[in-house]
Design a binder for this molecule. Sequence first.
Ligand SMILES: Nc1nc2c(ncn2[C@@H]2O[C@H](COP(=O)(O)OP(=O)(O)OP(=O)(O)O)[C@@H](O)[C@H]2O)c(=O)[nH]1
Length: 633
Amino acid sequence: MSKLSWPHSLVFKALVLVVVIGLIVVFTQHRLYEKDRELGQVVIQRNLALMQLMAENHVEELVRDAEFIANSPVLKNYLRSMSPYALAPAQEAFWVLSTLRPQYDQIRYIDRFGIEQIRVNRRNGQSELVTDDLQVKSDRDYVRKGLALKPGETALSPFELNRENGRIEVPYRPALRAIARLGEVGEYYTPGIVVINGNADQLIHRLVTALPATSELILLNEQGGWLAGGGDQDWQFSITPSATFASSHPSLWESIKSSQTGQFELAGECYNYTWHSYREGEVSSPRWLIGQRRVDAPCTTELLDNVQQGGLRFAIAFGLSFPLLLLWHRASARKRELVSNLEARNEELRLIANESGHGLLRVDAQGCVEWMNREAERLLGWKEADLEGQNLHETCHQFEDGESLHKGPCPTLEALQTGQTYRSEHERMLDRSGSIVHLTMSVSTYGEGGERRAIVAISDIGSHIEMEKTLTELATTDSLTGALNRRSLLQQLDVWTTNATNPPCLLMLDIDHFKRVNDTYGHNAGDRVLKAFSSQIMELLRKGDVFARTGGEEFVVAIRNLSLADASALAERIRMAVAGIECQTDNGDIIRITTSIGVAIYQEGESVEQLLARADGALYRAKHGGRDQVRVG
Ligand SMILES: Nc1nc2c(ncn2[C@@H]2O[C@H](COP(=O)(O)OP(=O)(O)OP(=O)(O)O)[C@@H](O)[C@H]2O)c(=O)[nH]1
């Protein structure tokens, strides 16, 4: 196989394939990535919104319960009367609420001095009314905050771990407290607050259910302390104030605080968050950061997944298309090889055709030229490029007025129609200048129907014709004088006497004393005289008359359609014309000659020899009669 050029090499094609597949994969993956990312963001936003809604509903119940019990008539009745009889119904109302809301750890009424007056605990699935261990809680933040509320106002305390007797209760009991300040119940009485300790764990568990398995909840308080999602650091802010997210990542925390929602990446994991506050602006409530962490997945997960998928798709597409490329490459290489061989073969044929000595043309089924060799170009005067596509018959076999050079149909077109070979030893064609060229021609066809082609081979026979003409002339004429020779004369006389309807008349001429001319002026001068003599006679003859040299200085004129008298008169004119010839020698001498002429007309039944003999006899008598005269035999 020949060496391939770079654009045809397999490596080049493979590179093109790589680029094309690469571009397609990058384009489609990019679009997929955009969609994935969009979808991922939608899912995250939905998760965050869902968690916010769950938190809002959870707290709403807590707050409403606190407001409900704070406004309950039994509590107000007790506070108005402060009677032990009124205390029991109030305690019962607290207890009933506790049994209805098992998620509440404590429901209490704390008076304006911060002392617990009514308290129901929820322990081990039971609601317990506590009467003998009521404590002073005036030092607690939530109590101070609650007593600072205006009557009828409600507040929410931050998440914190429950403390018992000044110590954090273990196991941890994270609490979220709703505090409702009682409205005015009497002119001289300032009421305290109702505090419900909601179980924060329950809220956290609920929030977790809003998330897919691949994500974990993160919950931080306003100070950056971990409530959930911080592992060992959850709730540690209550014990060690520095064990917070804010302390671990101060600058990150600053940026998180400044934006309502956002995304960040830590330790290769992606976090999304939103700040949430219960009834924003309506109720005094702390802010929490609710969010999700994608486990072991960075924020660029979609991008990385897409790159990975893209790589896989690229490999599959390349793996599937490369064998096809290989097949195509082999097929096209084979085709190129064949085409190249064909071209080489064509070139070879063209060389052979050019060297063959024949003019060759290939014409299609319609007779239009497809190709021609140099010899054909030379013979017809056309360049291949100019004749290509032109109809050979119309161009080279037809005159401008449409008249054809062929008597019958064009042999090339006929050969194309019949599929038979045509040969002619003498064909005529028109060359580019419109001159007729004499040729031998053969037309061979191959193929069938519309695919049939003809090879037209032509050879110049113009030179042969010339040569034949020369040879014929040499064989029939006298080279010195141009007159016919004796043999031709006899042939012509044979023809004329065979069909004796129009019998010939002979004038036999002999230059008088010609030997003297030779002897006096030389042989060359004698030749010149012979030429001048012949020219003079030929001038007096008409087309169709025959003039022949039958001996050294002996000539015969043969004429038809002439009576003996007319022949004698012609002989006399010739005699006189010859007498007028003045032939100059090289020395400037003038030679003058005379001729004797014997005339005889063909007589029915005699032979050519007998006719000649009678003319010769008449000549003999003219010579012996004194020369320079005409005698009839
Ligand atoms: N220059 C020249 N002389 C020729 C040629 N053919 C024949 N002769 C000469 O022609 C002469 C013929 O001479 P003769 O036969 O004796 O006749 P003549 O001299 O013409 O005398 P008459 O015919 O009797 O008048 C010879 O001397 C030939 O040599 C030729 O081709 N050229």
